[in-house]
Design a protein around this ligand. Sequence first.
Ligand code: NI
Length: 246
Amino acid sequence: MRLQLATWPAVEAYLARSRAVILPIGSTEQHGPTGLSGTDALCAEAIAWRVGERLQTMVAPTLAVGMAQHHMRFAGSMTLRPSTLLALVTDCLLSLARHGFERVAVINGHGGNAATVQAAFAETQMALDAWTPRPDQRLRLYNWWEMPRVVDLSHDLYGDAVGSHATPPEVAVTWALHPEAADHRVLAPRVAPRDGFSGADDFRRRFPDGRIGSDPSLATAEHGERLLACATAEIASLADNFFKAE
Ligand code: NI
């Protein structure tokens, strides 16, 4: 059930039986020489659609641009300022609240969004304090790649080559969704360096091909299907309890 594909009477009918909604959020940023720029949004969206199907829950449009300022030295990356993302997510959450969506599961595909999404939850709750009646709004963030069973499966498949950016799990998911994009070329060094960084120029200097600590050449579409199934099952089970909680 996708909000974009529903008429307003259909949304109204849905709200008569459910107050739950899923909001996918990602990023549009470089993912190394072989990963798609839309990786974070594509992963979050695919998992959100599958969770929505499993739980018969409405899925809102994907927020496909996030906070990616440290990727801006690579062609095609797009970023919002933290204050813009905070305003964007807060306005979307307040819009959903206006209609009676009182349980919102945000499925996130990008680490750089997490702190700001949590801040948007606080902004939203504070704004709702001025509403009468005050909705019983509950907001929950699921970072798909951090779900414990997804972490275990990622480690089983790739060991220490998971890394933290342009990771084989996220690349595998995009290749499951878009098999024509699969690019298994071996990169040098095979496993990218891992380190801290400070800003976009420093990122480019330390991680010249865009990867951090990862070997995405290990990814396969078949792994991607397994990771999608794992993330869907784990998040669906948690979100089902969250949606039903009084
Ligand atoms: Ni990513």
